[in-house]
Design a binder for this molecule. Structure first.
Ligand SMILES: *[C@@H]1O[C@H](CO)[C@@H](O)[C@H](O)[C@H]1NC(C)=O
Ligand SMILES: *[C@@H]1O[C@H](CO)[C@@H](O)[C@H](O)[C@H]1NC(C)=O
Ligand SMILES: *[C@@H]1O[C@H](CO)[C@@H](O)[C@H](O)[C@H]1NC(C)=O
Length: 322
């Protein structure tokens, strides 16, 4: 063979190996390859963190895969920014350890400062919150209680198909985020479980929740101060306390809530349907431009309620006008 042909063949071979490597690098990071065990007993937290770190530092858009099986995961915080978009594909079931080890953490699975995450899959996360709720009901000086799934400072996120059961506290918490779409969620906890809100949002812009079924012991969705441009469409809510805006509680420099829409949704066996709650305290925060359209209420105590003297405790402030 002439020298040139050999050279060019070698060149192509090298090119092909490079392409192959790229594909390999870009393919999914299976938590099993980082030491996770699908036995529901072995702590797979660090395997999940390592798989995340690998995907997040990859030069290619990549996937963290949690395959079928049951994985025990303690509190994990996954950080961005990542080099490229990361997909988290959950096929298996993630379960929490005992409440003694989880409930001291603010959150169970949290994503922090991630831009361009997509969380997809038919799997579940189950925080097994019942022992924590018993502690709370007996008021035994319980720890904080972890939120099951939290997005902190994240942008451009899609959460599709997340199923979350029996959270200790809030199922999904969103804070300081932008452009978050959540759809096809199923969030469940018993109607007497304390403070198990479905989704709590604060200080965030452009969040939508679509086609989701939420039944918990607290608000299906609670929309806190600093939330703007939020859409909820095709929500089935109940049991629980309905969809609430607030509370606006007079914290210094608190931001208001603006441009909120709830439409085409059903509330069944809930205390409230849609609610706006503000404490009777001085505040510069306002709730503006809220639209409720085509809502069906079945066995709902207060279908629409605007409570300007919200105060679930004793020692309530007296009515204030500013
Ligand atoms: C919002 O995020 C999605 C990913 O979920 C992305 O496709 C879309 O381009 C983003 N929209 C804007 C206006 O950045
Ligand atoms: C109405 O809702 C309450 C909870 O708010 C529930 O206890 C009761 O069973 C419901 N009634 C019917 C007829 O579904
Ligand atoms: C409302 O804003 C004014 C002017 O910025 C400020 O002086 C006042 O302390 C604020 N009040 C509250 C309750 O935040």
């Amino acid at each position: 063979m002439p020298k040139l042909a050999v050279l060019s063949q070698t060149f192509f071979l090298v090119l092909n190996i490079a392409t192959l490597l790229q594909i390999c690098i870009a393919k999914s990071y299976n938590v099993g390859d980082f030491g996770a065990m699908a036995d529901g007993k072995t702590d797979s937290s660090s395997a999940l963190s390592k798989a995340w770190a690998a995907a997040c530092s990859s030069d290619y858009e990549s996937t963290v895969l949690v395959p079928q099986g049951m994985f025990l995961v303690n509190s994990v915080s996954l950080y961005g920014p990542c080099k490229k978009k990361v997909h988290l594909r959950l096929l298996g079931n993630i379960v929490a350890p005992s409440y003694q080890s989880l409930s001291n953490h603010q959150s169970w699975i949290s994503f922090n400062n991630v831009d361009g995450l997509s969380f997809i899959g038919s799997g579940t996360i189950d925080a097994k919150g019942s022992s924590y709720w018993s502690c709370k009901k007996q008021q035994r000086g319980c720890p904080y209680g972890a939120r099951s799934f939290s997005l902190q400072g994240c942008n451009n996120v899609l959460v599709n198909g997340l199923k979350s059961f029996d959270s200790e506290g809030v199922h999904i918490s969103i804070n300081q985020c932008n452009n978050i779409t959540m759809q096809n969620l199923i969030l469940t906890a018993p109607d007497d479980s304390p403070n198990t809100d479905g989704i709590h949002i604060g200080n965030s812009n452009f969040v939508s929740v679509l086609h989701s079924k939420i039944g918990t012991g607290d608000d299906c969705i609670s929309i806190g101060p600093g939330t703007k441009n939020m859409w909820m469409d095709h929500i089935v809510c109940g049991p629980g306390h309905g969809i609430s805006i607030g509370s606006i509680d007079g914290t210094p420099r608190e931001e208001g809530v603006e441009d909120i829409e709830v439409k085409n949704s059903v509330f069944r066996n809930t205390d409230n349907g849609v609610r706006i709650k503000t404490w009777a305290k001085p505040s510069n925060a306002t709730v503006m431009n809220v639209k409720f359209t085509n809502l069906v209420m079945k066995n709902v105590t207060n279908p629409i309620i605007i409570d300007q003297e919200y105060c679930p405790q004793s020692n309530c402030p007296k009515g204030v006008r500013t």
